[in-house]
Each structure stands twice: as structure tokens, then as C-alpha cells.
Design a binder for this molecule. Structure first.
Ligand SMILES: O=P(O)(O)OC[C@H]1O[C@](O)(CO)[C@@H](O)[C@@H]1O
Ligand SMILES: [Mn+2]
Length: 451
């Protein structure tokens, strides 16, 4: 049987912790156990809450869950084989099949394990095992172990959110009088705000405080040199060329999909951008795609999405609460909708989507533009492989292209394609941690239809 590295002609190997000293290795060795320890601590701190809600059963569930999670941490730290899931949920079978697939790729000699197999796979698997530990303990199955961090990030970013909502209100006030150039400028600003909003995830910092305290609008121009690929003009022209006369008499693109990443400040920047797209008439509808269970510490679930809109409505800042009410109205009217699909919480590279989640692929095909937020989505777009930096984005996508798409990502993992020749080497010599510090970003676009 072939080794994992040689499975596909011309396609580089998956990043893996087996490369000692690599970012994948450091993540599996240091960051993932830290995240698990924090999860255990959070559950323990909430013991009384579980007792109040479920009595003795709550206490038992707390103990059992902690014991499963400690076992998981031990398996990880001692590089034990990855185990099949036992919780019998709708996605269990698919996870177990994926384990077999990894085993086939790896060959029979060694088991699939934390430090030997694909980093993307084992990191995703850890979050699914956290979910399993909770699901096997029914009274606390719905408990979101990452909720505290996500809500804290939202509250700590209040000043920045207020500044953005005030800006949005100003734009909307005379939106019908704006020239196309002025509209483009606002579009670009809010796209950049949503891009840099991705700095605020909690997974890279293993859950440490990570919020936005100042108005991001003020720092956009100083951040421009850190954008390594800027295809924003292609995003704009895609929207403009998708415009069709709608029922309302307005000429708009029909649908923009946003594949969300993190809750807290980043989610608000995405909602603000989506509000702008609709209120400016650039898009008629927005589909938001989120996670169906807590994922990578700070990712958005349906609960986080609704909570964020409710909180925004409930503040006593005039423009912020006005924005919240507007978002609620968009949802009621179906202008906005939230969708989750099990594929987003699976470990697959996106080039597998058409075969492994054809319904989701078909849904995305209905969009005029799909925006993929964040680093993990970028890893999945490119298969989390050891690509040369100069390889074209569409080569790394390996046939994935349900609709014109754009990745809005700050770099937090060592995969980056589509750079100019020499650009990667220059960055490495100037700033060795350029791919993982979150300091750099890309706006990277691809449209299979324009090939
Ligand atoms: O929220 P984002 O932008 O996807 O970033 C999360 C990133 O942090 C990490 O967890 C760091 O290990 C990456 O695996 C992941 O890509
Ligand atoms: Mn995330």
C-alpha cells in the first residue's frame, strides 16, 4: 500500500504533527491539550449549575464527562490510535468511515494516531470527541463548553461594535444618493473589517482573551501592507455582474453566502457586511452557514448567531440596537437565513464536498458569491497540504468551485498559496512566523466559470 505522502500524483502531503517542530506538531503537542484542559476546567467550574438543574444526575454527568475528556487528553498526549466514535449520532458512521479512509491512505503498518496522521483530521476529530463526551452524558449534552469565551469576546468588543454600527447607519442614511465609486469604497472598507475581524478567534490563542477594543475602521490603511493577496476588486465585479432586476424592481445579485467562522467580534463584522450588501442593493439575500455543534473554540453555532442578534438589539446604544432590530427583521422576512450542515463539522477537504456532501454543494451552487471566513476554511479549501507558495489558488482547490468564491482569512496555519515568486521567501526572512501569527491576511478569489 502507498504511504500517505505518495497517494495522489502532484498533490503534496497533508500537514502533520509527524514533522517534529512544525506548527502542526506544536499545535498537537501544546495547544490542543491546553484547550482540553480548559474544557475540563470549565465543566468542573459549572458543577453547581449542573446540580441545580439536574440534581445528582447532573453531578454524575459532570464526573463522567470529565473522565472521558481526561482519557481523550491522555490518548492525544501519548499518541494512541484514533478510536471510532460510539455515540450513534447521524454523523457517527461518516466519521468512522473517514477514519478507515485515513487508515487506507496511511497503509497498514501503523495506526492512525494524533502525531502520525493528518493534522486537519486529528484536530477536527478532537472537537467531535468533546461533543461525544457530552452526548454520552445526556443531562448536559447541550452544554456549550466554549460559550463563556464567545460571549466574553462579544462583550469586550462593544466599543468597536458601536463604532461600526454608527458608521453603517451613516452609510445607510444616504445610500440611494451614493455614486458607484462611493459605494465601492464603503464595500471595500466593510469587507476589510470583516477580514480583520478574523484576527479575533479563540482557538489560536488556546482560548485566551481575544477581542477588538478599538474601532477597526481607523486601522484599515495601516493594515493594508499586511494583505498578501488582495482580490477585492474581483469580489466587487462579481457582485456587479451578477445583478439582475428583482421582484422589488431593484437590480441586485440574488444571493451571497457567508461561511461563518468565529462568534464574538468577527461575527458582528460579518453581520454588518451582510447588512451593507442588502441595504445597498448589492445582494437580495444572504445565506449564513454555521456549525451544528461547538467547534474550534470560537466558531459560530445557531445559538451564538441568535444570541448575538438578540444582544445587539438589547444594548442601549441607539445605532447598535437599531442594527440588531434590522437583522432580526431580515431574518423574519427571509432576507437572511442561517443554515447548518454536518459537513462543516467534519474533517474533509472541500474538494471532497461534491462527492461527500452533494446536497451542500448543490446549495452553494445557488449562490452568486460564496465568502469563506477564516483560517480553518482556508485549510479545508487548500486541503491543508504542503503546497508551494506559488501554486495557483485554483490548483490547490482541486476542482472545488460551486460558485465564485473568496477566502477572507488571516494567516494562522502554515499553508499559503497564490503568492508571487519570491514573496514567501522574503516574508520568511523578514518575519519567520508570518504564516501563523494572524498578522497577515489574504482576500483570495476564484471563479471556475471564468476559466
Ligand atoms: O478561527 P480560524 O480563523 O479558523 O482559526 C482557527 C485556527 O487556529 C488553529 O486552531 C490553530 O491551530 C488552526 O487549526 C485553525 O486553523
Ligand atoms: Mn474559528
Amino acid at each position: 500500500m502507498m504511504a500517505a505522502d505518495q497517494t495522489l500524483a502532484g498533490v503534496p502531503s497533508s500537514l502533520s504533527a509527524k514533522v517534529v517542530g512544525s506548527f502542526a506538531y506544536l499545535t498537537v503537542r501544546d495547544r490542543l491539550p491546553t484547550i482540553l484542559t480548559k474544557v475540563i476546567d470549565t465543566i468542573h467550574r459549572n458543577k453547581n449549575k449542573f446540580f441545580e438543574e439536574y440534581g445528582e444526575d447532573g453531578i454524575q454527568a459532570e464526573k463522567q464527562t470529565i473522565s472521558l475528556l481526561s482519557k481523550l487528553r491522555n490518548e492525544l498526549q501519548t499518541d494512541k490510535p484514533v478510536l471510532a466514535l460510539t455515540d450513534g449520532l447521524p454523523d457517527t458512521e461518516s466519521w468512522n468511515q473517514y477514519l478507515n479512509r485515513q487508515q487506507r491512505l496511511q497503509g497498514d503498518q501503523e495506526s492512525v494516531s494524533w502525531f502520525k496522521s493528518a493534522w486537519l483530521y486529528v484536530e477536527c476529530y478532537m472537537y467531535r470527541r468533546i461533543q461525544e463526551a457530552l452526548l454520552l452524558n445526556p443531562p448536559i449534552s447541550d452544554y456549550d463548553v466554549f460559550n463563556e469565551g464567545k460571549t466574553q469576546s462579544f462583550f469586550e468588543s462593544q466599543q468597536a461594535v458601536m463604532a461600526l454600527c454608527t458608521y453603517l447607519e451613516g452609510v445607510k442614511k444616504n445610500i440611494d444618493e451614493l455614486s458607484r465609486n462611493q459605494l465601492f469604497e464603503h464595500f471595500n472598507k466593510l469587507l476589510l473589517v470583516s477580514l480583520w475581524g478574523n484576527k479575533c478567534d479563540l482557538s489560536i490563542s488556546a482560548g485566551q482573551e481575544n477581542s477588538q477594543k478599538t474601532s477597526p475602521l481607523d486601522s484599515l490603511s495601516s493594515l493594508q501592507p499586511f494583505i498578501l493577496v488582495d482580490d477585492s476588486s474581483m469580489v466587487w465585479s462579481t457582485l456587479i455582474s451578477a445583478q439582475k432586476p428583482g421582484e422589488s424592481g431593484k437590480t441586485t445579485a440574488d444571493r451571497v453566502d457567508i461561511v461563518l467562522d468565529n462568534a464574538g467580534f468577527e461575527l458582528v463584522t460579518d453581520l454588518i457586511f451582510a447588512d451593507f450588501l442588502v441595504s445597498s442593493g448589492l445582494a437580495r439575500r444572504i445565506y449564513f452557514h454555521g456549525k451544528s455543534f461547538p467547534w474550534f473554540v470560537s466558531d459560530v453555532t445557531a445559538n451564538d448567531y441568535q444570541w448575538t442578534i438578540r444582544q445587539t438589539m438589547a444594548t442601549n446604544h441607539k445605532w447598535m440596537s437599531k442594527s440588531g432590530f434590522q437583522w432580526q427583521t431580515y431574518l423574519k422576512e427571509g432576507v437572511w437565513s442561517y443554515h447548518d450542515h454536518p459537513f462543516w463539522t467534519q474533517p474533509h477537504e472541500f474538494c471532497d464536498m461534491a462527492a461527500d456532501a452533494p446536497d451542500l454543494y448543490a446549495t452553494l451552487q445557488g449562490a452568486d458569491l460564496v465568502l469563506f471566513k477564516g483560517d480553518l476554511n482556508y485549510r479545508k479549501l487548500t486541503g491543508d497540504r504542503d503546497w508551494d507558495h506559488t501554486v495557483a489558488f485554483n490548483t490547490a482547490l482541486r476542482g472545488f468551485g460551486p460558485a465564485p468564491l473568496c477566502s477572507l482569512r488571516t494567516l494562522k496555519a502554515n499553508v499559503q498559496v497564490g503568492l508571487q515568486s519570491g514573496q514567501g521567501e522574503k516574508l520568511t526572512s523578514q518575519d519567520p512566523s508570518w504564516m501563523t501569527s494572524g498578522k497577515y491576511a489574504v482576500i483570495q478569489f476564484y471563479n471556475s466559470k471564468s476559466e
